[in-house]
Design a protein around this ligand. Structure first.
Ligand SMILES: Cc1ncc(COP(=O)(O)O)c(C=O)c1O
Length: 498
């Protein structure tokens, strides 16, 4: 008997005599690994006498010698699905709350976790359409760059608000309409070529997936310092440029901390990067700005772009937050024509473009004066909510280094609290018991290739609170947090002092 024959007989008997019937719940039959019938009919158990173990392949077959790992992953109940794609951030927090009975329509819950603003009417706000027209023309595919009239309206809005008197002006060719901010981020990621891309910690949770799904660039984390409100310092940017970084992404204003880079600092950032580095400026919260007496004005990188077709700057925004229409999925990217052409072609295979009826409905809303009035209403309304939440939290002993001037988020430091509520997960859990949702800070400590242990994160003592919900819910939620803090402080005071 040749060696090969011997192997195949051994393999054959091992396979056939060890095959189970279907596992509970169906699926691929799996072999028992314990015993094998040898050619002479006797039975032995693997491992008993130092025999080689039988290795299981992905299909449930076994082999006497180890195959490369890629062939020996445990048999899968959902073929083709990568089970590593777990939910994180807001989605994870909401799932945990749902397991505790949360439902979005249940008024007993306060969702400080929500990443969206309240969508109902607010004082002085524009009337939103109740009906959207959709004729025969809107049944067709819209162009993957977007409906031309909407692209023109976006260009006109940015020229009017940020580029008055400048020679270089945006046109529709500098605008790509995308079906939501995240679709825009994915389109951007797909058009980059081999490069280093820096991102800052903490930042918007979805960047983690954007930065890990695509292999055409290497993502470089740049940690920011808690001690100065996580500002993006220009010397850190200088370091990144020296490293050879040719793309950089940041939310500005920043999610989750609520601070923004503006004025001279923002101008300098553009001056430093103009010649060598693509700036991806995610301005989803730029209109939630409380530093100008709520007059509707805001800051944008569009103010510091010199030539709209030369400066390597992509600006991302849309109806999601500023117009409080997250369900419409109408957003945009502004940038040089060359980038917009690439983004348009990426849309043809990534997402197929934004729906036509809602693009048409968005056009009249972008009239520059109307936008200013709307944003004044949004700023007035949300600033009152910010101030209320900060005042309540400060009265409970929480501390803010400075008031966040933008977004609708508070980055809450828990480190002074007693017992388990000084950690993000302990606080999160106690909040769930009070029917309050928060988002643990660790999710903003982006970790796209999972190289770090989240337990080591300096953001383990923070949660993000959103004041997106209406005021009555915020009051209810603050009362709940007050109860938790009071309970823990009372508990701590009866513990023996060390
Ligand atoms: C900084 C930032 N950019 C983009 C988005 C995504 O927006 P969209 O919901 O339109 O995908 C969000 C949403 O939370 C965000 O916080």
């Amino acid at each position: 008997m040749s060696g090969t024959e011997g192997f195949s007989r051994y393999y054959y008997t091992t396979m056939h005599n060890n095959m189970d019937t279907s596992p509970p719940g169906g699926g691929i039959p799996r072999p028992r690994r314990s015993s094998t019938v040898l050619e002479n009919g006797s039975l032995y158990t693997h491992g008993d006498k130092g025999e080689p173990p039988v290795f299981q392949s992905a299909s449930g077959m076994s082999t006497p010698i180890p195959l490369p790992d890629v062939y020996t992953q445990p048999a899968h109940k959902y073929p083709g699905l990568d089970s590593k794609h777990n939910s994180t951030g807001v989605i994870w927090a909401t799932e945990q709350a749902t397991a505790k009975g949360y439902h979005p329509d249940d008024p007993a819950w306060t969702n400080f976790g929500q990443g969206a603003p309240e969508v109902g009417p607010i004082p002085g706000g524009m009337e939103k359409p109740q009906w959207i027209e959709s004729g025969v023309g809107e049944r067709e595919y819209a162009p993957t760059s977007g409906v031309k009239e909407l692209r023109e309206a976006v260009a006109n809005l940015y020229n009017d608000h940020y580029r008055k008197g400048m020679e270089s002006q945006y046109t529709y060719e500098n605008v790509c309409i995308v079906p939501g901010g995240r679709a825009g981020l994915i389109r951007i990621a797909s058009i980059l070529r081999d490069c280093y891309m820096s991102f800052f910690l903490p930042d918007y949770t979805a960047y983690s997936e954007m930065l890990s799904l695509f292999k055409n660039f290497a993502a470089i984390p740049v940690p920011l310092e808690e001690s100065d409100n996580y500002q993006v310092h220009l010397d850190a940017v200088e370091n990144e440029l020296r490293r050879g970084v040719t793309a950089m992404i940041t939310s500005n204003p920043r999610n989750p901390t609520g601070h923004s880079l503006k004025g001279e600092g923002l101008e300098k950032l553009h001056d430093m990067c103009r010649q060598q580095c693509l700036l991806i400026m995610d301005e989803f919260y730029s209109r939630y700005y409380y530093g100008s007496n709520c007059d509707g004005s805001s800051n944008s990188s569009a103010q510091y772009v010199q030539d709209v077709n030369v400066d390597p700057v992509l600006i991302l925004d849309g109806l999601t937050k500023a117009f409080r229409l997250p369900g419409w999925r109408v957003c945009w990217i502004l940038g040089p024509k060359k980038y917009i052409e690439a983004l348009t072609s990426a849309g043809s295979y990534l997402d197929g473009g934004t729906n036509a009826p809602f693009q048409k409905a968005a056009i009249p809303m972008l009239e520059p004066n109307l936008v200013r009035t709307e944003m004044a209403a949004v700023q007035t309304h949300f600033k009152a909510k910010r101030d209320y939440c900060i005042q309540r939290l400060e009265s409970m002993g929480f501390h803010f280094r400075s008031k966040p001037d933008s977004t609708f988020y508070l980055w809450l430091d828990l480190s002074h609290l007693p017992g388990k509520i000084k950690t993000a997960l302990g606080f999160f859990q106690e909040c769930l018991n009070e029917r309050i949702i928060t988002v643990p800070g660790i999710f903003f400590d982006l970790n796209p290739v999972a190289r770090r242990e989240l337990h080591d994160s300096p953001m383990f003592h923070f949660v993000r609170l959103s004041y997106g919900p209406p005021m009555d819910q915020l009051k209810q939620g603050m009362d709940g947090i007050q109860r938790i803090v009071d309970r823990y402080k009372a508990g701590a005071s009866i513990l023996p002092k060390r």
